[in-house]
Design a protein around this ligand. Structure first.
Ligand code: HEC
Length: 158
């Protein structure tokens, strides 16, 4: 029941993201790029506020942190792989060609992220703040591990 209502909230916030920034993330001619960028935008917009809480920029609230961690774990399961289909290594994107040259390694880095995000939800719901913070950092390491090799700072190809 709890999970169902949270999914409803997630679905609602996803539809807001889709409805509002047609300019930022939805390129009609580039649906795959838009799909993966929207996925990572939600990942970033969930992980970012968690980082603000870890750093003390906003007041720590364990229940909110746990709710965001649940969202992150749920979102991480979306099949973003389809957004990296062959031939989508072009257009308005920061996704480096190395992704399509090293599909197994890229898949492993995605799997690492999903595993650590799931562990973060568990840690965040445990009520142990220091365990939650340690696992937050562990999860952040999986973002960096992928970005270091596969995400460019600026847009490629234009
Ligand atoms: C398996 C690889 C991988 C992992 C893991 C990963 N990212 Fe990314 N991320 C990418 C790639 C590739 C792009 C560029 C996509 C594009 O421009 O087409 C990206 C783009 C982004 C963007 C920009 C989205 C936009 O608006 O276009 C943000 C923000 C982001 N990632 C945050 C994160 C955070 C935070 C995490 C971890 C919690 C994370 N990513 C984990 C590969 C990854």
């Amino acid at each position: 029941m709890r999970i169902t209502s949270r999914n409803a909230v997630l679905a609602a916030s996803l539809s807001i993201v889709i409805a509002l920034p047609a300019i930022a993330h939805i390129e009609r001619g580039e649906p795959l790029q838009s799909l993966r960028q929207s996925f990572f935008a939600i990942v970033g917009m969930t992980f970012g506020p968690m980082g603000d809480m870890v750093k003390g920029k906003i007041e720590w609230d364990g229940a909110t942190f746990a709710a965001w961690a649940d969202d992150l774990a749920a979102v991480s399961q979306v099949s973003v792989e389809r957004g990296f289909a062959p031939g989508s290594d072009k257009g308005k994107t920061r996704a480096k060609p190395a992704i399509w040259e090293n599909p197994d390694d890229f898949a492993e880095k995605l799997a690492n992220f999903r595993r650590e995000a799931a562990a973060l939800a568990v840690a965040a719901n445990s009520g142990d703040k220091s365990a939650a913070i340690a696992q937050f950092k562990q999860t952040g390491g999986t973002c960096k591990a992928c970005h270091d090799n596969y995400k460019s700072r600026g847009y490629l190809y234009e």
